[in-house]
Design a protein around this ligand. Structure first.
Ligand code: CUO
Length: 673
């Protein structure tokens, strides 16, 4: 009930079981006080179950209540972060679930709904006594962050005049945020994909940068910040190349105008405002927005950037006590990742500041830096919407460049690190409906449930139908010869990269390694002699299944016990499976498929992962566990190598195959279970 219909009071809401909360009288916010007896009578008799809420002595909520109820909420805004950090702490420190329910029913009508949802999600994810609880997918609670507002008008129409059993899905037209006159529109299906944006929101939910120290201080979180976002850029670049766009230009000159405009065409249901656009040619400016308690000059970004570059140059960071701490091969990238984002585990926030987050903030306020127009931030200010905007990729391409500068100073991997003696990859390939070594893609229509996000409308399911990219499932077929004379365990690392640039010129190793997209990583026993390894694409360690991204109503667990959806929150993090592959082209887009087999005994991390949500570990890690691979993230392509081409780089335990991705411009309708 706390997640459904976010602005409807929880004591009025009825879930599928028609349960309502019975709250102590003083919990009613003023506007409902005079109605309290009528309301509880009404729902008390109507509901099959009332859930009594314990009357507790309330903690001090003044900080989180500073954010107006009907405002936007952004993790990137420092003041919002402080407020949510405090609220997360309060939720985490409630003695038991009854007290947590009590504080939640008090907060639900008083705390900004976006912040409430975020803090409660983080708390449920990290409290021992709530782990494994289902939380509705974020797109169902706040569909307004993902979907064209025209849909909601139609959905209200439908819910008011059509009985639940007669309702047809409301159709969302394919992405129409710009016309064909805007070249960036060619990759709008990627930027505005619901699943991709959900993944990004989930990632930042799982890896918060403020709040309880132990919650933030997860294994290799700084490195994962680097790697997950590096992979987003690699994927986006391959997508661009498929659409005759060059790779994304870094946003590195903070004084220069941003060429790309973006007009989001989203409304915030909570704030009752449209998300502001950014006009083409906007420049970020000094911020002075007392309402958000932000005062920051563009020169601060430059100072932080310069200090960062200095740290990379010196291979050491300066600590608050003015001593210098060397960056080591093992943990340097993790330290830099935490400085960059930055999180409370940053080694020196005072000196290195908050480069990445404040970049989001400056860009998201480019249209109203001093609040003279009383405008809210743009989509770059929210992790659920940031990936819609072309400038997101320009900003992160620059961030990635800084990390790469550090990585490029590390020595290339020596042969001993790359090799797996006795193991020879003799063949790499895929089989699918397009034949051998041809991946196939097309459009697909799916549905998502809207009703949980429709406050104050009649009950019952209402679906929205939208169009997204999809591929046909395939199998990898790998032939590996084990000449070691005994059976061994290998780690299979599968990547894909483009072969040529936008002018059709072959890519050098250095260009190609940065475009390598991880498709899968798994451990595999190898018997002595020849082994044929078949691996279904659906098993990818990068993606989560379609059902988990969207939880379409037919597969929706939540209502009693579908074990597959337990631990939804962490499991909700993962690249959406329908976006595993880039779109390709109708002629067939040339890519190279790459396999490396390494020694699992050297890669493995001793831990028990039974029952943990671990099927999208590559970009999301494993809940409550260490990152399940000892090698640096992105290995072996995270470092430069003395190779001109990919073939120069190959060793016996690696293999490649030229493949193509063939796109058919047709739409199939997903068969819902
Ligand atoms: Cu995920 Cu910039 O970190 O958005």
């Amino acid at each position: 009930l706390f997640f459904d219909r976010p602005t409807e009071p929880c004591f009025m809401q009825k879930g599928e079981e028609k349960a309502v909360f019975e709250v102590p009288d003083h919990y009613y916010p003023d506007k409902y006080k005079s109605l309290s007896s009528t309301l509880s009578n009404r729902f008390g008799s109507d509901a099959s179950r009332t859930i009594p809420v314990r009357n507790i002595s309330l903690p001090n909520l003044s900080l989180p209540m500073q954010l107006p109820y009907n405002d936007q909420f952004s993790l990137f805004v420092p003041q919002h972060r402080k407020m949510s950090g405090k609220l997360i702490d309060i939720f985490l420190n409630m003695r038991d679930v009854d007290d947590l329910m009590s504080i939640c029913s008090y907060c639900q009508m008083r705390i900004n709904p976006y912040m409430f949802n975020y803090c409660l999600s983080v708390a449920l994810l990290h409290r021992e006594d709530t782990k494994g609880l289902n939380i509705p997918t974020f797109v169902e609670s706040f569909p307004d962050k993902f979907i064209d507002p025209k849909v909601f008008r139609r959905a209200r129409e439908v819910t008011n005049v059509v009985t639940p059993d007669q309702r047809m899905p409301v159709v969302i037209p394919p992405s129409l945020t710009a016309s064909d006159g805007e070249p960036e529109q060619r990759v709008a299906y990627f930027r505005e994909d619901i699943g991709i944006n959900l993944h990004h929101w989930h990632w930042h939910l799982v890896y918060p940068f403020e709040g309880d120290f132990d919650v933030v201080n997860k294994d290799r979180r700084g490195e994962l910040f680097y790697y997950m976002h590096q992979q987003i850029i690699a994927r986006y670049n391959m997508e661009r190349l498929c659409n005759n766009l060059g790779i994304v230009t870094r946003y590195k000159d903070f004084r220069a105008p941003i060429a790309e405009g973006y007009f989001p065409k989203l409304d915030s249901n909570v704030a009752s405002r449209s998300w502001p656009p950014r006009f083409a040619g906007s420049t970020i400016r000094d911020l002075d927005r007392p309402v958000d308690q932000i005062r920051a000059d563009v020169s601060e970004l430059e100072t932080w950037r310069d200090r960062f570059l200095q740290a990379i140059e010196n291979n050491a960071v300066i600590l608050p006590n003015n001593t210098s701490m060397p960056l080591t091969e093992e943990t340097g990238i993790d330290v830099l990742g935490n400085l960059m984002e930055s999180s409370i585990i940053s080694r020196n926030r005072g000196y290195y500041g908050d480069l990445h987050n404040m970049g989001h903030v400056f860009i998201s306020y480019a249209h109203d830096p001093d609040h003279r127009h009383l405008e809210l931030f743009g989509v770059m200010g929210d992790s659920a919407t940031a990936m819609r905007d072309p400038v997101f990729y320009r900003w992160h391409a620059y961030i990635d460049d800084i990390f790469n500068l550090y990585k490029s100073k590390l020595p290339p991997y020596p042969a001993a690190t790359l090799d797996f003696p006795g193991i020879r990859v003799s063949s790499v390939g895929i089989e699918g409906p397009g034949g051998n070594n041809t991946f196939t893609t097309q459009w697909e229509q799916s549905t998502v449930e809207l009703s949980r996000g429709l406050d104050f409308t009649p009950r019952g399911s209402v679906l929205a139908r939208f169009t997204h990219l999809q591929h046909d499932e395939f199998q990898y077929v790998f032939e590996v010869n084990n000449m070691s004379g005994q059976s061994v365990m290998g780690t299979f690392r599968v990547f894909m990269a483009p072969k040529v640039d936008e002018r059709g010129q072959p890519l050098s190793f250095e260009q190609q390694r940065r475009l390598m997209v991880e498709l899968d990583k798994f451990s595999q026993p190898l018997n002595a002699g020849n082994n044929t390894v078949r691996r279904p694409s659906t098993e990818s360690s990068v993606t989560i299944p379609y059902e988990r991204t969207f939880r379409d109503q037919s597969a929706r667990p939540g209502q009693q016990g579908d074990a597959a959806s337990a631990e939804f929150d962490f499991c909700g993090c993962g690249w959406p499976h329908h976006m595993l592959l880039p779109k390709g082209t109708t002629q067939g887009y040339p890519v190279v498929l790459y396999l490396m087999v390494t020694d699992w005994n050297q890669d493995r991390v001793q831990q028990d992962t039974v029952g943990s949500c671990n099927d999208a570990a590559s970009y999301c890690g494993i809940r409550d566990r260490k990152y399940p691979d000892r090698r640096p993230m992105g290995f072996p392509f995270d470092r430069t190598a003395p190779a001109n081409t990919l073939s120069d780089f190959l060793r016996p335990n690696m293999g490649v195959r030229d493949c193509s991705i063939r796109f058919t411009d047709a739409t199939r309708v997903r068969r819902q279970r």
